[in-house]
Design a protein around this ligand. Structure first.
Ligand code: SF4
Ligand code: SF4
Length: 78
């Protein structure tokens, strides 16, 4: 009974739907097919595949995506 499948990263992705204009850039850029479009907005569909590469956050023209790599947070906090 594994509680969760092995994740590539312990990551959280927040998409601000109010800011997302549905340009699809993030969906097309994500190398791991984490994101999908739904009702004209970007949506996280496969969080478990996210490597926290940050591409989507970097390339979103509307700053609608925030990717947090929790592993990195853990390392930096004492
Ligand atoms: S890149 Fe940004 S604005 Fe474009 S679909 Fe993705 S979240 Fe929305
Ligand atoms: S951080 Fe990288 S792997 Fe994760 S959703 Fe964004 S582009 Fe995809």
């Amino acid at each position: 009974m594994s509680e969760q499948k092995a994740r590539k990263k312990d990551v959280s992705i927040t998409i601000n739907e109010a800011w997302c204009k549905g340009c699809v850039i993030c969906v097309e850029l994500c190398p791991e097919s984490v994101l999908v479009m739904q009702n004209g907005k970007a949506r996280v569909a496969h969080l478990e595949q996210c490597t926290a590469c940050g591409l989507c956050e970097l390339r979103c023209p509307d700053f609608a995506i925030v990717v947090v790599d929790k592993n990195k947070l853990d390392q930096s906090s004492e």
